[in-house]
Design a protein around this ligand. Structure first.
Ligand code: HEC
Length: 150
């Protein structure tokens, strides 16, 4: 009985170790992380895009969720384009990023600061319609130069 308990305990420790090793790999995978952050912007941005077109009623909370995702992505992405992440992981990031790193990083910083000012400026439907399209222009400005196609 004692032996079985020891074996079970060892299995549990093994499981925990294997699990935390997996988590460390995910944390050290900048390509997966930057893609997940961009995907979060895309996903949370669907509702505001529909609101702009008048296909969905205005919902301030949903707009703020999208802006917060942009803020988080703009900030965290600065560290997610190390030199060893130019290829692999199904990335569509273009080599031009690493040739113009200062410009690319400035565009990421702008994504964060635009989202931050959007969070304070956008308080109702009128201010949403006035400011949000300008924020979205930043997406295309960066993708045009720095994102390839899958
Ligand atoms: C500073 C540059 C930059 C800005 C600003 C930017 N993006 Fe991106 N985005 C990228 C790059 C680079 C990729 C490709 C990342 C990769 O594949 O490694 C990407 C990928 C994506 C993807 C695909 C994610 C996936 O599933 O792989 C979506 C969706 C996206 N961006 C949406 C947006 C939206 C919406 C905005 C504006 C609110 C935005 N991005 C602003 C650079 C940017």
């Amino acid at each position: 009985m004692k032996k079985i308990r020891t074996i079970l305990a060892l299995c549990a420790i093994g499981f925990v170790l294997a699990f935390s090793a997996g988590a460390v790999v995910a944390q050290n995978d900048p390509i997966a992380q930057r893609k997940a952050l961009m995907k979060a912007i895309g996903d949370t941005g669907r509702a505001p895009a529909a609101m702009l077109k008048g296909e969905q009623p205005f919902d301030l909370a949903a707009v703020q969720t999208a802006l917060k995702a942009m803020q988080a992505a703009g900030k965290a992405s600065l560290a997610l384009y190390p030199d060893n992440s130019k290829s692999g992981g199904d990335t569509v990031a273009l080599p031009k990023i690493w040739e113009n790193k200062a410009d690319f990083n400035a565009k990421l910083a702008k994504l964060e600061s635009d989202a931050t000012s959007g969070l304070s400026k956008i308080t109702d439907e009128a201010s949403f319609k006035a400011s949000y399209p300008d924020i979205l222009r930043g997406c295309g400005d960066c993708h045009r130069d720095y994102r390839g196609r899958r």
